[in-house]
Ligand binder design. Structure first.
Ligand SMILES: Nc1nc2c(ncn2[C@@H]2O[C@H](COP(=O)(O)OP(=O)(O)OP(=O)(O)O)[C@@H](O)[C@H]2O)c(=O)[nH]1
Ligand SMILES: O=C(O)[C@H](O)COP(=O)(O)O
Length: 209
């Protein structure tokens, strides 16, 4: 078995546009980089993930030892579908898709998601609003359609039902917490956890207007 993690990543500077009113270009860029570092660390610490790939437009954003797959620019679902096909051809027979904006995610949470997904064939990690999808584990990549976008959790659940699958659902805190809005950043700051300097700076710049 060969298990790949696939992380979609918008070009630096184009991501986290909902934070534009609160964070200047450089602040958003630093935040995206810091969150990506956290996600990469957690994936590298997983006992089950064997390879890591990023699908994006800019190979320079890809850390060493991580494979870069080119995004053709037709949106997130298309990018993930094409990347999945490429990884399947390269020998991936299990796939974990995980977003790059999960600063609190831990390796143990990732491994628990994978193990639960192996039992059911599919695992979904929702956001904390129960609306979005922050991660998907597939034991048969290529057969499940990506439905990221508004209310993606409901759409992924419907796709699972159509495929005869009953997905495992993760409630792990680090997988629930994605950073999209100023409120998410403030929450991260108020958790009084040891967060990276870039995230702390971003949070401070918001709380000081
Ligand atoms: N390769 C690729 N990654 C994407 C695309 N759209 C979103 N992503 C990534 O998918 C994940 C989830 O995206 P969002 O939560 O919407 O984050 P975002 O697009 O940076 O935020 P907004 O600009 O505020 O919508 C993040 O890792 C993004 O970098 C896309 O079109 N292509
Ligand atoms: O469900 C989704 O499409 C992803 O989680 C992104 O949703 P978000 O932009 O609300 O984080």
């Amino acid at each position: 078995m060969s298990l790949w993690a696939l992380v979609p990543l918008k070009t630096l500077g184009q991501g986290k546009t909902r934070l534009m009113p609160e964070l200047p270009f450089l602040g958003r860029q630093r935040l995206v980089e810091t969150m990506l570092d956290r996600v990469m660390e957690a994936l590298a610490g997983s006992e089950l993930v064997e390879h890591i790939a990023i699908v994006g437009s800019d190979p320079d954003q890809c850390p060493p030892a991580v494979f870069h797959l080119q995004d053709a620019g037709h949106g997130l679902n298309h990018a993930l579908t094409m990347a999945t096909q490429q990884l399947h051809t390269a020998g991936a027979d299990e796939l974990l898709v995980m977003h790059a904006d999960l600063p609190l995610v831990r390796s143990e949470e990732i491994d628990a998601l994978i193990l639960a997904g192996r039992r059911r064939g599919l695992a979904l990690a929702s956001d904390r609003h129960g609306q979005g999808t922050n991660a998907i584990f597939l034991s048969q990549p290529g057969t499940f359609p990506f439905r990221f976008g508004r209310h993606s959790l409901m759409r992924h659940m419907a796709a699972a039902e159509a495929s005869g699958l009953r997905p495992a659902l993760s409630q792990a805190p680090g997988l629930l917490f994605d950073v999209d809005t100023a409120q998410d950043l403030s929450m991260l700051a108020s958790m009084q956890m040891t967060v990276g300097a870039s995230i702390s700076t971003a949070c401070r710049s918001i709380s000081h207007g």
